[in-house]
Design a protein. Structure first.
Length: 233
């Protein structure tokens, strides 16, 4: 008589149980700066089932596990690059071992358009290289708010220890403060600011410097200082 060895029964509920386990696994809480309340990124994260907490973050816009994220739309990236605010934000981000810069909206806006504040596309490329190579901050480009939320979703799956959010705002020393003020003049970058301060030492001396000396030091850009000191409010 032929012996029939019964095949093990396939548990049709096994997969379902696994799926249910995945679906019921609680998601990590994401901390978001309160100024991002109106951001669509926050809305997408809520739709994806993430518990979120809005609070004032001294550094960054999002905290996912032990990763601090600074998010910039393309227009915000350009404007904060021009007014030098981004440089300070990058310096503050460097307090953390794991940080990330998200530049959002590449499917909606042209990053290298000269219409964006009249800035040369190569200046933008150079700045991006500085972010990655000099400041050592990884940078990703996302299509839109939904894409940014998807990246944050993936990051949330990394199991890492929590970080201390008591970061400090970077305090500029006297030299950095002087350079920051001079760089606030339109068209004056770090190199030009250093040249002016190296030559004239104080902001007062720069403002009151003879036109000939200004032109000798910074050439065509001397017109910026000359025009500003004659301007009225």
């Amino acid at each position: 008589m032929k012996t029939i060895i019964p095949r093990p029964l396939f548990d049709i509920f096994q997969k379902k149980k696994k799926i249910e386990k995945i679906e019921t696994t609680p998601k990590e809480k994401i901390i978001i700066d309160y100024r991002e309340k109106n951001s669509l990124v926050a809305s997408y994260l809520v739709k994806q089932g993430f518990p979120i907490e809005f609070r004032e973050l001294k550094v960054g816009d999002y905290v996912v596990q032990n990763i601090v994220i600074e998010r910039k739309t393309i227009s915000d990236f350009i404007s904060s690059m021009l007014n030098h605010r981004l440089i300070n934000q990058l310096e503050e981000l460097k307090q953390y071992e794991n940080k990330l810069l998200i530049i959002e909206g590449i499917s909606e806006n042209e990053l290298y358009s000269e219409e964006k504040g009249g800035i040369n596309p190569n200046a933008i490329r150079g700045f991006l290289l500085s972010v990655i190579l000099k400041h050592k901050i990884p940078t990703i480009f996302t299509k839109n708010s939904e894409d940014s939320a998807k990246f944050i979703n993936v990051l949330s799956r990394k199991k890492e220890k929590e970080i201390n959010l008591n970061a400090k705002k970077k305090t500029l020393n006297k030299k950095e403060q002087l350079q920051f003020i001079i760089e606030g003049f339109p068209g004056i970058g770090p190199k030009t600011a250093k040249k002016l301060l190296g030559k004239f030492k104080t902001i007062e001396n720069i403002i009151n410097a003879p036109e000939e000396e200004l032109k000798e030091t910074i050439r065509k850009k001397a017109g910026i200082i000359i025009d500003l000191r004659k301007a009225t409010y």
